[in-house]
Design a protein. Structure first.
Length: 107
């Protein structure tokens, strides 16, 4: 979460509810999949469809440098970095997320 939202009880409740919905077994499977997946950066240039890379300015899980690298590796990709936001872009900044998606879809 963005540092400004660390005391946001509603956001904490949402994250906790999401974890409860997934359950511990699925969470472990997801983490194992993330840790063992191959590095896709060498194949980004193969992507031929319109692509939006949406990130945030305070994401402590996926640094902006990686989002920038990803967008740079995909021909014609658009990079949008949402301000005042952590890793949870849609719940932390829903309007900015929706605006970025709408702008990208219109372009």
């Amino acid at each position: 979460m963005h540092p400004k939202r660390r005391d946001d009880a509603e956001l904490h409740r949402l994250v906790s509810d999401m974890g409860d919905d997934v359950g511990p077994e699925a969470f472990v499977r997801q983490q194992m999949a993330i840790m063992s997946r191959p590095d896709s950066r060498p194949t980004l240039a193969w992507i031929k469809c319109p692509t939006l890379v949406l990130s945030s300015d305070q994401d402590n899980t996926v640094p902006n440098s990686l989002s920038t690298e990803m967008a740079g590796g995909i021909p014609g990709a658009k990079l949008v970095i949402i301000p005042d936001c952590g890793h949870l872009t849609p719940p932390e900044q829903p309007q900015a997320t929706a605006d970025a998606l709408a702008d990208w879809l219109r372009s």
